[in-house]
Ligand binder design. Sequence first.
Ligand SMILES: Cc1nn(C)c(C)c1CC(=O)Nc1ccccn1
Length: 331
Amino acid sequence: ENGSAAAIPIDPRFDIAYVTPVTIGTPPQTLYLDFDTGSSDLWVFSSHTPESQVRGQRIYSPEKSSTAKLLAGHTWSILYGDGSGSLGNVYTDNFTVGGVTVTSQAVQTAQQVSYSFTSQSEIHGLVGLGFSTLNTVFPNGQLTFFDNAKSTLDSPVFTADLKWKKEGTYDFGFIDETKYTGEITYLPVQTDPGYWTFTSSGYAVGDGAFHPASIVGIADTGTSLTYLPAEVVTSYWGQVDGAVDSDYYGGYVFPCSSKLPSFTFGVGPANITIPASYINYAQITEGSPVCFGGLQSSSWLGVNIWGDVALKAAFVVFNGANPPTIGWAKK
Ligand SMILES: Cc1nn(C)c(C)c1CC(=O)Nc1ccccn1
């Protein structure tokens, strides 16, 4: 059975993250979760999360679900690249998103969450859509929702149609031709260690010359910004009056009044252009004349990350066939 679900920006002012409604258990409990191709744990705020760490989030209460089963002796603990994290125990239960139901999905209930999760009341947990090899459940790793659902889908794919400051969609099991223009360009995916890793064929700043390059990076719906090699972002921000790489603000900032160029990245023989407006990410604080860039250096991360700033400029196909591939189309 195929499915389709909304990807809703959690803040109307800028696209920090997108959440998608899901139901868990019997009777169904509805939570809004962050679908994250950059990780592979499905975890939720729960009745096991200390009240001091819950600030407005909806919670999953397994004790109120007749179909919940404790996965005895199993625990999990995840640390994300930005220093946030969570840990807890594991249940299996019915899990439905956009009409696609997996019975006996591993649902990881949080017993601890870091402050950055406590502080974001609109995110009630994450649904990892990376490869199941990254799942942190111990002693037996668990399968992602997509891996569990794959065999019931018409096609072993899901697509991301994220939008700038608007609601987009995740589709499961099919490719909606009305959501993109031209052709989809498919690229090979490196599944080790478990991210959707692909190689971009280069970049251009604004209307400037295309620079052929091999930029290996991960397609990560769970990361707001896009992090690329220093020489790429230096050449981009060099075109912006007053842009500086600020230690104080932790990245490239620029005068909100400055005009930004677009940014184009290569996908095989094709390319995707990120409009300048997507790269004018946000004012440092409400009303500030200083703006934070949506394109930042990956120098300290050890990985290039094509986050939401890039993904929302395209229609992206995550093809879970064997071998997996990733497809990019303009829209
Ligand atoms: C690797 C990395 N370094 N830095 C600075 C960032 C932001 C990342 C990616 C990352 O942590 N993404 C994330 C965070 C929380 C939940 C889901 N995804």
